[in-house]
Ligand binder design. Structure first.
Ligand code: KIV
Ligand code: NA
Length: 267
């Protein structure tokens, strides 16, 4: 029986072999990714990728729990982290605890992730002190898209660096076991990685982070368009289009089902 990676296992990877992280929203994809990844994130990006919403703001706690349960069933080795969705944790440490406790107890996952810097430090400490490991998420935080005015790279102006680095230090000092650093200019991501004693996991950040994460469907090439920071490691969308087109043609010309795909009586 394989043993699942633990929060301390991930924490101990600071400065070591880079952590491999990917999103997974269901047992189907978790099964494919589990053997390769250290961390599976049930990201609230599922609101956009899986449910067709324009932003992540529509993800609910019930959605996250349903997808988290599915990913736990489909994985055995990777650490599973579930995003706390917009509106379920920002109001108070107590609200965050209630949401996070539901996620951990109803899915069996190991940790939650929440967005925000210094302003979320108290909440991160509150959860960590009560048995809930927290992965932090700083830089470009998609749940703040309305305030940011779009999905914009952070730290293009050097004047922003101090604030963003202070956010990273604050969440780490509060007890986050790892920090996702999203959409920040490369040298700032490197500075943050050097400054923190816990692993940084980059996305649109730097190869010098302690690990990397991508949205699985983006790196697989499901979507015709992906952000610049994504490398398409596959062209699964094109493969599916071809397969489904071949099926449609076979049905229409009655070449499917063929002799191998139908049943005959015994006599
Ligand atoms: O929701 C998500 O997929 C994420 C990662 C991209 C970090 O938060
Ligand atoms: Na997210």
């Amino acid at each position: 029986e394989t043993k699942r990676l633990s929060v301390p296992d991930i924490r101990a990877r600071k400065g070591g072999t880079p952590l491999v992280a990917l999103t997974a929203y269901s047992a189907l994809t978790a099964r494919l990714v589990d053997a390769h990844a250290d961390i599976l994130l049930v990201g609230d990006s599922l609101a956009m990728v899986e449910h067709g919403m324009d932003t992540t703001l529509g993800a609910t706690l019930d959605m996250m729990i349903l997808h988290g349960q599915s990913v736990m069933r489909g994985s055995a080795r990777a650490l599973v982290v579930v995003d706390l969705p917009f509106g379920t944790y920002e109001e108070s440490p107590q609200a965050a605890f209630r949401s996070a406790a539901r996620v951990l107890s109803e899915t069996g996952c190991s940790a939650v992730k929440l967005e925000g810097g210094a302003g979320m430090a108290e909440t991160i400490g509150f959860l960590a002190a009560r048995g809930i490991p927290v992965m932090a998420h700083i830089g470009l935080t998609p749940q703040s898209v309305m305030v940011l005015g779009g999905f914009r790279t952070q730290g293009r102006e050097r004047a922003e660096w101090e604030r963003i680095e202070a956010d990273a230090r604050a969440v780490a000092e509060a007890g986050a076991f790892a920090v996702v650093v999203e959409g920040v200019v490369e040298p700032l991501a490197e500075r943050i990685t050097a400054a923190l004693s816990v692993p940084t996991i980059g996305i649109g950040a730097s190869a010098r982070c302690d690990g990397q994460i991508l949205v699985l469907e983006d790196m697989l090439g499901f979507n015709p368009r992906v952000p610049r920071f994504v490398r398409r490691f596959g062209e699964v969308g094109a493969a599916i289009d071809k397969a489904v087109g071949d099926y449609a043609e076979a049905v229409r010309e009655r070449s499917f089902p063929g002799p191998d795909h139908v049943y005959q009586p015994k006599d």
